[in-house]
Write a protein that binds this ligand. Structure first.
Ligand SMILES: Cc1cc2nc3c(=O)[nH]c(=O)nc-3n(C[C@H](O)[C@H](O)[C@H](O)COP(=O)(O)O)c2cc1C
Length: 181
C-alpha cells in the first residue's frame, strides 16, 4: 500500500488550502492509500541556519522541532503533497522553510509523485505560477523520475472556508482518488 504524506503549511484556522488537502486525503484514502497529514501550524519548523550541523549528525538538525520527528516519514513516503496559500505570488514562507530544512536528507526522499494544492484570492490560474515554479525547483533536486504529478488550483478564494464553495473542493477529492494505490 502506497503511503502519502500531506504537508499543510497555512497558519490560519479554517484555511482554504488545508480544507482542500483534507478533500485530497479523503480521495487518496478511498483510492486505497495510507495517508498522514501534518499541520505545520501546530509546530512550525525553524529556519535553516545553513550551519550544516545536520550533515555530520545523521541528518539530525540541532533545532529540536518537527523536522526531526517527521524526517523518516518524509523520506519513506511514496507520495508527497504540499498544501499552501499563495503569498505574494509564491509559496508560503512556511512551505519554503519546510523545504529548506530537508537539506540534509532530500536526496533520500523516495517519493517520485509530488502534488501541489494552492489557494489564492486572485481568480486567475496564473496566480499559482510562481508557487509551481518554486516547487519544481525542489522536485528537480529530488532526482530522476520525480515529477509534479498534479496541481489543485484553488483560485479566487480569499476568506477562510471559501474553498468549500469552489470547484477545487471536488477536484481535490478527485485528484486524491485518482492515485494508483
Ligand atoms: C501575506 C499574504 C499574502 C498574500 N498574497 C496573495 C497574492 O499574492 N495573491 C493572491 O491571489 N492572494 C494572496 N493572498 C491571499 C491568500 O492567498 C488567500 O486568502 C488564500 O485563500 C489563503 O489560503 P489559506 O486559507 O490556506 O491560508 C495573500 C494573503 C496573505 C496573508
Amino acid at each position: 500500500m502506497k503511503k502519502a504524506l500531506i504537508i499543510c503549511t497555512s497558519p490560519r484556522s479554517g484555511s482554504n488550502s488545508t480544507l482542500l488537502a483534507s478533500q485530497f486525503a479523503a480521495g487518496a484514502e478511498d483510492a486505497g492509500l495510507s495517508v498522514e497529514t501534518v499541520l505545520l501550524a501546530d509546530s512550525e519548523p525553524g529556519f535553516c541556519q545553513a550551519c550544516y550541523y545536520c550533515l555530520s549528525h545523521s541528518g539530525q538538525c540541532f533545532q529540536q522541532d518537527i523536522m526531526n520527528s517527521i524526517r523518516e516519514k518524509l523520506v519513506e513516503a511514496d507520495v508527497l503533497v504540499f498544501a499552501t496559500p499563495v503569498y505574494f505570488y509564491g509559496m508560503s514562507g512556511q512551505m519554503k522553510t519546510f523545504i529548506d530544512r530537508t537539506i540534509a536528507f532530500y536526496k533520500r526522499i523516495a517519493a517520485r509523485e509530488v502534488y501541489l494544492i494552492a489557494t489564492s484570492g486572485d481568480p486567475r490560474s496564473s496566480a499559482v505560477d510562481g508557487t509551481i515554479k518554486g516547487l519544481q525547483g525542489f522536485i528537480e533536486c529530488l532526482g530522476d523520475g520525480a515529477k509534479l504529478a498534479g496541481v489543485v488550483l484553488g483560485t479566487g478564494v480569499s476568506e477562510a472556508g471559501d474553498a468549500r464553495h469552489s470547484a477545487a473542493y471536488d477536484e481535490a477529492y478527485q485528484m486524491g482518488r485518482s492515485i494508483q494505490p
